[in-house]
Write a protein that binds this ligand. Structure first.
Ligand SMILES: [Zn+2]
Length: 137
C-alpha cells in the first residue's frame, strides 16, 4: 500500500504540468480503498446511489477517498491514467480557481486531462462522455 501512496503523491506533483495550476495541498491527498463492487462501496460511504457508470474507479469528495477495483492494480499504466483522472477531481474540489464548476463540466475536464496523460504515455484514449440523454439513468 505504501507504494500506492508514493504513486499518488508522484502523480499529484505532476498535476501542475498538466493543468497549469498549482496543486492545492499535497498534505490533503485522498486516501484510497480497493473495492470490487464500486456501486456498493460508494453507497457504503455516502448513503447515495450514483448515477452514471462506475467501471474502474470513483472519487468521493466529502470522504476524500479514491475507490479502485483490484483489477486495476494489475495494470500499472492504466492505474496511473485512472489515478490522474481521479486526482483531477480532487484538485477541482480543492482548487479555488475560477472556471467551470461541478457536474458535466468537471467530468469533461477530468477526461481531457486524463487523455493528455494517455497521449503522452501512448495509452488507449478514453472516449468522451455521451450526452446526458443517452446515458442510462
Ligand atoms: Zn470523473
Amino acid at each position: 500500500m505504501e507504494y500506492f501512496v508514493a504513486l499518488l503523491t508522484t502523480l499529484a506533483l505532476y498535476l501542475p504540468a498538466l493543468t497549469g495550476e498549482p496543486i492545492p495541498d499535497v498534505a490533503s491527498l485522498p486516501a484510497f480503498e480497493v473495492a470490487d463492487r464500486l456501486e456498493q462501496a460508494v453507497f457504503a460511504h455516502t448513503g447515495q446511489r450514483r448515477g452514471g457508470e462506475l467501471t474502474t474507479a470513483a472519487y468521493l469528495p466529502r470522504e476524500n477517498v479514491i475507490l479502485l477495483t483490484s483489477a486495476l492494480l494489475e495494470d500499472l499504466p492504466e492505474l496511473e491514467a485512472v489515478l490522474v483522472h481521479e486526482l483531477v477531481h480532487w484538485w477541482q474540489v480543492r482548487s479555488d480557481r475560477a472556471g467551470p464548476h461541478g457536474g458535466q463540466a468537471w467530468e469533461d475536464e477530468a477526461r481531457a486531462f486524463e487523455n493528455s496523460w494517455r497521449r503522452e504515455h501512448h495509452l488507449r484514449l478514453r472516449p468522451p462522455l455521451p450526452p446526458p440523454n443517452r446515458r442510462r439513468p
